[in-house]
Write a protein that binds this ligand. Structure first.
Ligand code: V47
Ligand code: SF4
Length: 372
């Protein structure tokens, strides 16, 4: 028995958990059945030890963060995701559409403050097609030549290409030529087709979401991946979701990070669903880190779960706290997250140092810019 397993023996674990622990500690891949078993176990201390072991192999004692800001071009959306607190119809109270000029002003303002990445995600607008979005990327590239442009979920790409009557391949090529360098992981929700049809009936399907990311990876555009959890899914459906991501990553290697997105219930059709507990959130981070052995980074998106929970997640496999944000996103504040999400570099550094971990300011591609 290896020495780490001897150390966790006092936790009085079952033979099955011992066998899974042994696999994790000797860096063997765990099966879907193993992941299900971990989800069903309530041994949070053991999950923390195993996830930290897996994390240490990938990023040692580093915890990454970046200086970023968001642009949300519009919240007008043709889809009807029932968990969404953000979408509005055209002309409805609270709807917004930013012009390219307004978005370029934001780019100038935040690059002057030292941001290295812009994250662009919005609603699926009925009238804006690929031409609008390539113009937007071209203008942003001009205003912030050094900024990494991380833009558009697979769902937005799907719709802008369909509206412009071009293939995904052609659309992504045009966006890349204009300056798009990476893609965020939104729109994945939950891949299980039955549940997806219930919670986001008209959204791009699971296979198409995966295909769009595969096309991006083949074109040299790295992307992130996500899973919306805590909304009616069971553990089998979570494991199925993680497994589809792991299988694609085995083929392409193009995912940089996985970001579990905790369902928040304010101002949407599922406001009666109880939100997941902190214990469940930590368990989910840990199982994700252990199972997704081929996705290098696990991100806790603090505007969604709060800074304290994000700090705690660093002992459950998380190695990335996203960024400074600078009060530029509304998706989560409208659903119950942090009201004015802003974190200074010093604040993120202090959160990380309090756990004796090493704060590493990064760029979008996880190159280290500064060790703090
Ligand atoms: O796709 C919407 C989710 C996503 C709710 O790639 C909700 O670095 C919970 O993808 N409760 C968009 N989740 C945000 C996103 C993201 C965020 C941070 C970093 C990155 C990255 C990507 O937000 C949507 C949907 O899954 N979402 N409403 C809600 N009420
Ligand atoms: Fe539209 Fe995105 Fe909201 Fe779904 S989650 S309704 S696609 S803005």
């Amino acid at each position: 028995m290896n020495s780490e397993l001897l150390l966790i023996n006092p936790l009085h674990i079952s033979d099955e958990l011992k066998a899974i622990s042994s696999k994790v500690l000797s860096r063997q891949r765990i099966s879907s059945g193993d992941a299900l078993h971990l989800y069903q176990s309530n041994n949070l201390a053991l999950l923390g030890v195993l996830a930290t072991h897996a994390k240490q192999h990938l990023s040692g004692n580093y915890v990454y963060f970046n200086r970023n800001f968001h642009i949300e071009p519009t919240n007008i959306c043709i889809n009807h995701c029932k968990f969404c607190s953000y979408r509005r119809r055209k002309g409805q109270n609270g709807a917004w559409e930013c012009s390219i000029e307004e978005m370029v002003e934001d780019v100038k303002k935040f690059t002057a403050k030292g941001a290295t990445e812009v994250h662009i995600v919005g609603g699926v607008h009925p009238d804006r097609d690929i031409n609008f979005y390539t113009d937007l990327i071209t203008s942003i590239r001009k205003a912030g030549p050094k900024l990494n442009i991380k833009a558009f979920t697979a769902v937005e790409i799907d719709q802008m290409c369909e509206k412009g009557n071009i293939s995904i391949e052609e659309g992504l090529k045009r966006l890349k030529d204009a300056g798009l360098e990476s893609m965020p992981g939104g729109g994945a929700e939950i891949f299980d087709e039955e549940l997806r049809a219930k919670i986001c009936p008209d959204k791009t399907g699971s296979n198409e979401w995966l295909r769009i990311h595969a096309v991006a990876h083949k074109m040299g555009i790295p992307t992130n991946s996500t899973m919306l959890y805590g909304l009616l899914e069971n553990y089998e459906q979570r494991v199925d979701h993680l497994n589809r991501l792991r299988e694609l990553q085995d083929q392409t290697g193009g995912f940089n990070a996985f970001i579990p997105l905790k369902f928040r219930r304010e101002n949407n059709e599922y406001s009666k669903v109880k939100e997941s507990t902190l214990i469940e959130d930590l368990k989910n981070y840990a199982v994700s880190r252990i199972f997704l052995d081929n996705i290098p980074h696990l991100k806790a998106y603090w505007p969604m779960i709060g800074k304290q929970a994000a700090q705690l997640s660093l002992n459950f496999g998380v190695d990335d706290l996203d960024g400074t944000i600078d009060d530029t996103t509304k998706i989560y504040s409208m659903a119950g997250g942090d009201d004015k999400p802003t974190a200074s570099r010093e604040e993120l550094v202090a959160l990380i140092k309090e756990l004796n971990l090493v704060p590493a300011e990064r760029d979008t591609l996880y190159n280290i810019l500064q060790i703090w």
